[in-house]
Design a protein around this ligand. Structure first.
Ligand SMILES: *[C@@H]1O[C@H](CO)[C@@H](O)[C@H](O)[C@H]1NC(C)=O
Ligand SMILES: *[C@@H]1O[C@H](CO)[C@@H](O)[C@H](O)[C@H]1NC(C)=O
Ligand SMILES: *[C@@H]1O[C@H](CO)[C@@H](O)[C@H](O)[C@H]1NC(C)=O
Length: 273
């Protein structure tokens, strides 16, 4: 608002010949720089609702940390950053393009003793207080690439990521990657299940507990704490944004005061002539 007033005043002043043109060079620019990108478009900063979970799973996938992979379809560009986030941007819109988070790294989808998909949760808001989420299925392929993204259910996405890293029978097996105590628990559960001591449901529950103990599946408590951490960080960054904005207002008020003085002097000089 203040910026507008200042700009408007200067324009009026320049047009009225009250202020020499060079004053325009002094126009405050810092305020614009933060929100306009190189093309002069509004830059929308994406903020994650959850702190990404720690890396977990097969060690050879650690190299994926910090890397990102793009995929474009006719309408959107998607960016998948394993163990961190997946985002979507509208590439057709000329104006006010939609940009959203489709999920933040949480944990593994495990099926038949295989790391099958990466669960990305707590993305941008959807209807009814729900949030976008994505399962990224890992498939063997010649190159590491994000090959497709679909939305089988509203705000529930499915992506396919291909990579040579997941090829071969051993690449994504869970059991050998567990610590010995958890392997023993799994053996016991298999035994109990085969002898009929526990039901299929009981067996599945025990597996979940084993994977949770191994850190491959997040407990509700851990998920909750990751969300808490993100909101604390967000409020911290809001706080510093607010402080920066306040400082900027004080600076602009000072500039405005100086310029008003210049106008007054120029005005007085004219009357004197
Ligand atoms: C993630 O790793 C950090 C540093 O090693 C550790 O302090 C933290 O407890 C871990 N978080 C979870 C949820 O395991
Ligand atoms: C997504 O992850 C990448 C890679 O770790 C990171 O550089 C980027 O800032 C993340 N995006 C958001 C919105 O946090
Ligand atoms: C939201 O709730 C309404 C009413 O309960 C329901 O009709 C609609 O399908 C829900 N939308 C989503 C995305 O779940």
């Amino acid at each position: 608002m203040l910026l507008w007033t200042l700009t408007w005043m200067l324009t009026v002043m320049v047009v009225a010949g009250l202020v020499p043109m060079k004053v325009l060079e002094d126009l405050p620019s810092g305020g614009y720089g933060n929100i306009l990108d190189n093309d002069g478009r509004m830059e929308e900063k994406l903020v994650l609702r959850m702190k990404p979970a720690n890396y977990s799973g097969p060690h050879h996938l650690m190299d994926w940390r910090g890397k990102c992979f793009k995929h474009r379809d006719s309408k959107y560009e998607y960016v998948f950053c394993p163990f961190h986030n997946i985002t979507q941007e509208d590439i057709l819109a000329y104006y006010d393009a939609y940009k959203g988070v489709l999920g933040v790294w949480s944990d593994w989808e495990i099926r038949n003793n295989q790391f099958q998909a990466m669960n990305m949760v707590e993305g941008s808001p959807c209807a009814n207080d729900t949030y976008r989420s994505t399962k990224v299925y890992l498939k063997c392929g010649k190159e590491s690439e994000l090959v497709s993204i679909t939305e089988p259910n509203k705000c529930r996405y499915q992506a396919v990521f291909m990579s040579p890293e997941v090829c071969g029978v051993n690449a994504m097996v869970v059991y050998p990657r567990l610590p010995t105590n958890l392997q023993v628990r799994w053996d016991q559960a298999v035994n109990d299940h085969s002898l009929g001591y526990i039901t299929q449901k009981g067996y599945d529950k025990e597996l979940r507990r084993i994977f949770t103990a191994a850190g491959l599946i997040l407990s509700p408590e851990v998920l909750f704490s990751l969300k808490q951490k993100a909101s604390v960080e967000k409020s911290k960054s809001c706080q510093s944004d607010l402080e920066a904005a306040r400082a900027r207002i004080i600076q602009l008020e000072e500039e405005l005061r100086v310029k008003q003085e210049v106008i007054r002097e120029l005005h007085d000089a004219r009357i004197d002539m």
